[in-house]
Write a protein of this length. Sequence first.
Length: 402
Amino acid sequence: MKLPDGSHLTYCTNIHPGEGLAQVRDALERHVRAVKRSVCPDAPFGVGLRLSARAAGELLEGSALTDLKNFLEHAGLYVFTINGFPYGPFHGTPVKAEVYLPDWRSPERLHYTGQLAKVLATLLPQGLEGSISTVPVGFKAEFLDPTEVTRAADNLIAAAGDLHNLERESGRRITLALEPEPCCHLETIDEAVAFFTQVLRSERAISRMAEHCGITRNQAATAVQRHLGLCLDTCHAAVEYEDPADLLAQLDAAAIRIAKVQLSSGLRIPKVDAQALTALSPYADTTYLHQVVERRDGLLRRFTDLPEAFAAHAARADGQSPEWRVHVHVPVFLETLPHFGTTQNFLCAILDAQMRQKLCDHLEVETYTFDVLPSEARCVDVDSAIARELSFCLSRLQATGG
């Protein structure tokens, strides 16, 4: 929905199964329209659309894209952002680290992102800018060799060049938004700033952009900043113990555009003890990675998934109880759970900053893990939970703005 400051608030449809176009249409008809009736019955409602590579390909065949555009207009829906992070299956099957593949070293990732840009350029209402969130280059362990980073950067520059050319042809501006995540190549804001300033804006990158688009180096430098930005996921940043004010100051100082904020909360366990470990065990599902960042004596230690963190904790003999933050997206309206807290405070700090200084135009609630959460975190049905999440964020924005 469009907010008074001109920004747009929605939720990401990756919470609904939808690998093929038929499932995507079903989710829009059954779930998105139900959420619209609850939170935005009398005005157009924006959609944060998740499309797999399969669904994107199907949309670009025949009249499928025109049909979808007509459906959206008839239903009072509009698409302004696409989640281009998960390429393949995302529900009902183990995903884990496969979610980052193909990563940005791969031509398949570049091709897929280009397909999403074509879809979004067609669906995007006149006068709106679009965003596509994407993997933070790839899984960290795959990028220890600098040549792998260079391969990925070259593809990202090619993607930015394609978006620049698309804007020249269609008049639709779209930004590709890299989404830092624990245990990925872009994990922290420090790493993101370094990658943007030292790699994506390097002499090599600007030269490749200029050649790709047939423009001057100055124009290329401007186009890179215009079409490559950041997706700030508030769960990911909180799990990394980022400070909201410092984070925003760093991005501002480096002139890195926040193209999209994903509004999400993770788990916060101030004291890891036997009771907390027992309560955490149901969250160790077989579908998604749940990275853990431990803080002990001011130092951070990272674990790729909950079982790894459990094993490391069991092997210690010092009897200490560190703090853990866990990458499990829980409904944003939950401040606490029976045995531990959430990172809702970080989310609220970003919402407060949005009202003070308008960080970006695209706000998207993202709680894709809903169907694998324990019952204590799924207190209502999925459509009601989404509507409640949107209402929570909207109320916070309005309260802060007043």
